[in-house]
Each structure stands twice: as structure tokens, then as C-alpha cells.
Design a protein around this ligand. Structure first.
Ligand SMILES: CC(C)(COP(=O)(O)OP(=O)(O)OC[C@H]1O[C@@H](n2cnc3c(N)ncnc32)[C@H](O)[C@@H]1OP(=O)(O)O)[C@@H](O)C(=O)NCCC(=O)NCCS
Length: 140
């Protein structure tokens, strides 16, 4: 399988969205609307990627920073393309992109029920935090 990696563009949205929707481990919300993703991509040039095989998007990742820390979201590889290093390469591209922008650490959030992803990030040497809780509040 030949894989090309390139930056995600808003024109990829509907195909990437379908990939997200195929996977219960990806938690989607209003934050993932096309307008919001357009804004996210525009604000985070150089850190969002898709993996393409035969013109088909087989993997994608969102990543951005607030100028201080990086945040990685919605890493996904199509089921038939897993275990070929695509996820690892997408993460590598994100971390390189962040590093080039002066960001030296990246965080990510995983549902406690997503055992596959938890195992994946553990194996990939992400440090599991047991000293933090996430708090959220609506702005309206
Ligand atoms: C997690 C995910 C992105 C991994 O993508 P991938 O392309 O298959 O991963 P890679 O091929 O890069 O894996 C690299 C290494 O990670 C480890 N790994 C991969 N999948 C794993 C799994 N399910 N459990 C444990 N370790 C795993 C292996 O060591 C693997 O190397 P190996 O194949 O040589 O043994 C993919 O399984 C996926 O899309 N899952 C569903 C979506 C999801 O839950 N995303 C995270 C939510 S934020």
C-alpha cells in the first residue's frame, strides 16, 4: 500500500468526517462542524494531516496549539489500513509541525472506554497522566 501524507484541507472535510463517523472511539460534537474545522485548520497551519492511498483518505489527524501547548485530536486510520505505521507517521508529522512552531509538548484526550487508543498511546510512549482531571464549561 503506497501512502502519501499531506496537510489536511477543508475540501477533505466530508471524507474525513465519514472516517470519524465510522469509529465509535472518536467523540464528535458541534466543535467538529465544517465551519469550526475550517477555522481550526486556518489557525493551525502545518499540523493537520491526511494519509492518502489511491486517492482515498485512509487516515487523518487534527492537531493545533494555543501558542503554548499542542493538542492532538481524532487520530484515525481506516480499519483495513491499520498496523502499517500510518498512525505513527501522522503523529510524527504533528509533533514535528508543533516543534517547528516552538511548541515543546502535546496533550491529547482519550475516552476512558477507548481501550484500543489507550493501549496504543501507552505503547507509543505518551505519558499517561494520573495527576490531572479535565474540567469543561460552556461559554454560553
Ligand atoms: C489508534 C490507531 C489510529 C492506530 O493506527 P495504526 O496506523 O494502526 O497504528 P500504527 O500502525 O502506526 O501502529 C504503530 C505501533 O503501535 C502499536 N499498536 C498499533 N495498534 C495497536 C493497538 N490496537 N493496540 C496496541 N498497540 C497498537 C504497535 O506497536 C504498532 O506497531 P506494530 O504494528 O509494528 O506492532 C487506529 O487503531 C485507529 O484508528 N483506531 C480507532 C480510532 C481511535 O480510537 N483513535 C484514537 C482516538 S483519539
Amino acid at each position: 500500500m503506497d501512502i502519501d501524507y499531506r496537510e489536511m484541507k477543508i475540501g477533505d472535510y466530508s471524507r474525513v468526517r465519514r472516517l470519524w463517523e465510522s469509529e465509535p472511539g472518536i467523540g464528535l460534537s458541534g466543535a467538529d462542524s465544517e465551519d469550526n474545522i475550517r477555522r481550526f485548520l486556518a489557525a493551525n497551519d502545518g499540523t493537520n494531516f491526511v494519509a492518502v492511498s489511491d486517492e482515498r483518505i485512509v487516515g487523518s489527524v487534527l492537531c493545533g496549539s494555543d501558542g503554548r501547548r499542542g493538542y492532538l485530536y481524532h487520530l484515525i486510520v481506516a480499519e483495513e489500513a491499520r498496523r502499517k505505521g500510518i498512525g505513527a507517521r501522522l503523529i510524527e508529522l504533528c509533533l514535528k509541525g508543533l516543534s517547528a512552531r516552538g511548541i515543546d509538548k502535546c496533550h491529547l484526550f482519550v475516552f476512558e472506554t477507548n481501550e484500543l487508543a489507550i493501549e496504543y498511546y501507552r505503547n507509543a510512549d505518551w505519558r499517561e497522566r494520573d495527576d490531572l482531571k479535565i474540567f469543561s464549561k460552556s461559554t454560553r
